[in-house]
Each structure stands twice: as structure tokens, then as C-alpha cells.
Design a protein around this ligand. Structure first.
Ligand code: PAF
Length: 295
């Protein structure tokens, strides 16, 4: 497995193999890898001739600076896991390799480059005004900014993302389309802990007891999936709120029952061809998200 920190060196290598290797698969991550990330690498390995995984804690997508500071950084352990998964290339740049001082200064001043990624205009419309977009101002601009940079650097044929970040997937699909990037975006199933908790690097920051308690989040979603044919949207949202309230240390941020494509909340199941339930909660200082597609 090759490890690059420099954009130029990575690109030189990719250019030297691009003609012999038919497809390049790309798994962007922020590190602190777990079985969920490895499942993306496994899928990419099955589909592509060469797999690149990036490890970069992207400062521009954190609207809460203490969350950025506390984000786990475990590069050595991550590389070990990737080596075991037969990943071909790791790209682990420093912040200064990815961003100019001017770009970081813009973010620090909270002057968001809204709607622009690298000089190209993108408009996420109402996709970013709900759920994570509404609760984490500037988050998706930062995600689009770094993912568009990484896509331009790696130029993959296919890129793999976990369905846990359902809204992020919609934003990335929209960005790729608007920037006319010929990259197939592949969505991969959520991997879960034995108690149903969706795997996330943030779970590292939970105590054993909190991890156990957090099982209520997916349990609530799965019950909604079992019951949606006989209950209304309003009843199911009220049920979810009540369930989460049974664990006092978990605070609900939102529960939305939404159209899977537009991500706009629905009030009646007849309104949509495909529906997703998305939830965000806070458990102590840790923010957790999860979702389940109903149909
Ligand atoms: O999902 C993530 O880990 C990040 O948002 C991503 C896509 C790697 C961009 O920093």
C-alpha cells in the first residue's frame, strides 16, 4: 500500500497507472476508520482495479470548532486497517496541502463561499435547507468544497459513500452533476454495532454505557419501519420523540420523515414514491445521526 501526503506525488503516481488500470475507486474519509469505512473499501475493491482512500479531517465542514478539535485522529491505526483491507493507495494530506491560507481565513471569518466550489457555481437549493443543513450552517459548503477538491485530485471513476450520511450523499450527487464530473457516486449500506447503533467515528467518544443507551436511536427507526403502513406521519414522529425522551441523556435535535429525493418533509405517505426517516440526537457532547429508508 502506498501512502502519499503530497497532491503532486499522488497525481504523478495516478497518472503513471491510469492507462493500465481500468477503473479507479475512491473512498473519501476523515479517518478514525471502523468497519463501516472498511465495507466501503471492500465494495470499491470488488468493483475497481485500484482503490484510493483519503484520510483528511476537513476543517471547513466543522461549524463547531470544539468538534473539530475533538475529532479522533488515528492515522497509524487507520493505515493498518486499510493495509489489511488491501487498499492500494492512501492519501493523507496536511491542511496546508489542501487549503490556501486565504481559503481558511474566509472560513474563519465565517464568510462562506456559499454556492461556489473552486470558482464554479453550485446551488443545492432546498436540499441543504433542511436537517443537517439547517442545524449545521456552512457544513455542506465545506463538504462540497473538500469533496470537489478531492475529486479533482484523484479523478476517480467511482466514489463510495455511506448511506448513514443520507443528506451528504444527495449533496454530493447534486454537486457532481452540476460540476459535470464523470464520477459514479455509489451509496453503501449503513454498518451497525451489535445493538443497532450506526457505526460512526464519533462513537469513539461515547462511554460504554452511552453506546448501550444509543441503541434506542436505531430501535426507534426500525419500529417506525415496522409500523408505517398503519400509522400517520404525525403519529410516527410523536412516537419517535416519546421513545427518545425515555433516555434522559439523549436529546433529540430533529426527526424528519421526508421524500428520499427532495429531502423535503412529507405529511402524508401518499405524497412520495420513496421515503426516508432521518434523526439527529445529542448524547452528551456527541452528535449522532441515523436514518432508515421506509420504501
Ligand atoms: O463523510 C465524511 O467522512 C466526510 O464528510 C467526507 C465525505 C470525507 C468529506 O470530508
Amino acid at each position: 500500500m502506498l501512502i502519499f501526503n503530497s497532491i503532486q506525488k499522488l497525481q504523478n503516481h495516478l497518472n503513471s497507472i491510469r492507462n493500465q488500470k481500468e477503473t479507479i475507486g475512491f473512498v473519501p474519509t476523515m479517518g478514525a476508520l471502523h468497519a463501516g469505512h472498511i465495507s466501503l473499501v471492500d465494495k470499491a475493491k470488488a468493483d475497481c482495479d485500484v482503490v484510493v482512500c483519503s484520510i483528511f479531517v476537513n476543517p471547513t465542514q466543522f461549524n463547531d470548532l470544539s468538534d473539530l478539535d475533538k475529532y479522533p485522529r488515528t492515522l497509524e491505526a487507520d493505515c493498518k486497517l486499510l493495509e489489511e483491507a488491501n487498499c492500494d493507495i492512501v492519501f493523507a494530506p496536511e491542511v496546508k496541502e489542501m487549503y490556501s491560507e486565504a481559503e481558511l481565513e474566509l472560513k474563519r471569518q465565517k464568510i462562506e463561499d456559499k454556492g461556489w466550489t473552486n470558482g464554479h457555481s453550485v446551488d443545492f437549493g432546498t436540499l441543504e435547507t433542511v436537517m443537517e443543513g439547517a442545524h449545521r450552517p456552512g457544513h455542506f459548503n465545506g463538504v462540497a468544497q473538500v469533496v470537489s477538491k478531492l475529486f479533482r485530485i484523484v479523478e476517480p471513476d467511482k466514489a463510495y459513500f455511506g448511506q448513514k450520511d443520507f443528506q451528504q450523499l444527495a449533496i454530493i450527487r447534486s454537486m457532481t452533476k452540476q460540476l459535470e464530473m464523470a464520477i459514479e457516486i455509489i451509496s453503501c449500506d449503513i454498518m451497525r454495532e451489535p445493538n443497532g447503533l450506526a457505526m460512526s467515528s464519533r462513537n469513539e467518544r461515547l462511554t460504554k454505557q452511552e453506546r448501550d443507551l444509543a441503541g434506542i436511536i436505531s430501535k426507534t427507526l426500525f419500529t417506525i419501519k415496522e409500523q408505517y403502513k398503519s400509522k400517520s406521519v404525525a403519529e410516527l414522529k410523536a412516537f419517535a420523540e416519546e421513545q427518545i425522551r425515555t433516555v434522559p441523556s439523549i436529546v433529540m435535535e430533529y426527526i424528519e420523515i421526508s421524500d428520499s429525493d427532495s429531502l423535503q418533509p412529507i405529511i402524508d405517505f401518499k405524497q412520495s414514491k420513496s421515503v426516508v426517516v432521518c434523526i439527529a440526537v445529542k448524547l452528551g457532547a456527541v452528535r449522532l445521526i441515523d436514518n432508515v429508508v421506509l420504501f
